[in-house]
Write a protein that binds this ligand. Structure first.
Ligand code: EPU
Length: 433
């Protein structure tokens, strides 16, 4: 068991008083660093990433890459990955089972070395998370697929061939994995029904910096001209984390007096800024900051469409669904939340209900939230990183003390979260469980 699963956050709530104040800085995006790290396998020159958050998932991905032979140099906020002497295409079992993102390694390994051997990557509490799109796509690009015990063994000894792949569903990781694989395939690959998330565009830009020819990223059709190994000549700055930005916005709207969210990209969170403004929260939106100066309480009663559906970008991200639900427990109005991306991502609501939230879960993907309701602090166990952050938010607005256990899950996605929240006035400490 990782050491900090036993760690916990102890939070003294503000009892609904809006008193947080100051500046909070957004880190580099976890979901951009993970595929970018895998992209280092497409080159025998070093790739340097800057603005890298020092979080558990990034460390685990680095370990997986080191296990393949990639040398990695780290400092406080950068990573240099050099895939010159890769000696195996077997992805280590235990880490892969723990981390869904290990799937990113399959495309580059197969494209560069003609083989990838990997276990079914970890599912998690949010849903089953199949990899059918990967298996179908690799087969279409000419790879053979075998199942040996618990392992998938995918081979394309003569190299992958460029083809057209129409994904059955919009998948961020499948879009990214095939974009990477196609850069080394022979000929043109056309990917259709692609994800358009900013992390996809960031990855395409990174690959282009290494010499790849990629067109159409940010739309549903991406063309890639396959070619030779990439060669990175300059460092690449990781984009700001839009999920962190959105979570800080929601917290600031509930508990902030004057909060400045710095080092973010407001263009990536337009669904959230527009939504908050419609609830009466005035925002000052700059080039790379968003400020909230308000004592007004957000209110959803006068919004006509109060059915929030998670959606692929640029809609409401599924990763913000839990923090958004905490927000809805605190504002006037009745709102439905419909989780459309993952089949099991409402489990955390039981704990919010025990804290005093008025939530009716209709089925595993749909619920009604009525607000405002006073929340009371209690002991909570973080089930995953996003729900974990939602619990921290709930604990901050609640009355009394809460303990949020399983700090490890929160550390997977958020660097030094307690230090950053303390800097704006939250009473949150990390302690041993
Ligand atoms: N899906 C399939 N088959 C596949 C691939 C996906 O059925 O072969 C399904 C999934 O089960 C899901 C839907 O397609 O129902 C969309 O999943 P997607 O593949 O887009 O998710 P992902 O790429 O595995 C990334 C993020 C997630 C984020 C989702 C959706 C990374 C590393 N992870 O996952 O982030 O929730 O996109 O936006 O980019 C998180 O950060 O907490 C997190 C879970």
């Amino acid at each position: 068991m990782p050491q900090d699963l036993k760690e916990q956050f102890v939070i003294q709530g503000l009892s609904g008083v809006k008193s947080l104040e100051g500046t909070i800085t957004v880190g580099g995006a976890k979901n951009a660093v993970l595929p970018a790290s895998a992209a280092s396998l497409l080159s025998d020159t070093p790739l340097t990433l800057t603005n890298v958050p020092y979080i558990e998932d990034v460390l685990r991905m680095s370990e997986l890459l080191e296990g393949l032979g990639v040398t990695i140099a780290k400092d406080a906020s950068s990573l240099t990955l050099h895939a010159k002497e890769v000696h195996t295409s077997h992805i280590e079992r235990e880490s892969a089972k723990r981390m869904r993102s290990s799937v990113f390694l399959t495309g580059p390994l197969l494209a560069r070395f003609g083989e990838a051997r990997f276990p079914h990557p970890g599912g998690c509490v949010i849903g089953e998370r199949p990899i059918d799109q990967f298996i179908k796509g690799f087969a279409k690009m000419g790879a053979s697929i075998a199942h040996e015990d618990e392992w998938y063994v995918v081979r394309a000894k003569g190299g992958l061939k460029g083809v057209t792949i129409f994904f059955d569903l919009v998948s961020v990781s499948a879009t990214e994995t095939f974009m990477m694989a196609a850069t080394l395939a022979q000929g043109t690959t056309v990917l259709e029904n692609c994800a358009t998330e900013p992390e996809v565009v960031f990855l395409a830009e990174l690959l282009r910096r290494g010499g790849a020819q990629i067109y159409g990223d940010g739309t549903s059709t991406i063309h890639i001209e396959g070619g030779t190994l990439l060669a990175f000549t300059e460092s690449v700055e990781v984009i700001p984390d839009r999920i962190e930005t959105s979570s800080f916005l929601l917290l600031a709207a509930l508990a902030g007096k004057h909060i400045s969210i710095e080092n973010c990209n407001p263009q990536h969170v337009r669904i959230m800024t527009q939504y908050l403004e419609s609830t009466g929260v005035p925002l000052e939106i700059g080039g790379n900051h968003i400020r909230i100066h308000s004592n007004t309480k957000p209110n959803t009663s006068f919004i006509s469409a109060r059915d929030i559906r998670t959606h692929e970008y640029p809609g409401f991200p599924t990763d913000i669904q839990a923090p958004l639900t905490v927000f809805l427990t605190q504002v006037s109005g009745e709102n439905t939340v419909f989780e459309t991306i993952f089949e099991n991502r409402l489990g955390y609501t039981d704990d919010l209900i025990k804290m005093g939230a008025d939530i009716t879960v209709w089925n595993p993907q749909k619920m009604m939230v009525r607000g405002p309701r006073k929340l009371k602090g209690r002991e909570l166990m973080s089930p995953d990183l996003r729900a974990g952050l939602a619990f921290i938010m709930a604990a901050i607005v609640a009355e009394g003390m809460s303990v949020v256990g399983n700090a490890y899950y929160i550390d997977r996605g958020y660097q030094h979260i307690e230090q950053r929240l303390r800097a704006i006035g939250a009473d949150i400490q990390r302690s041993k469980g």
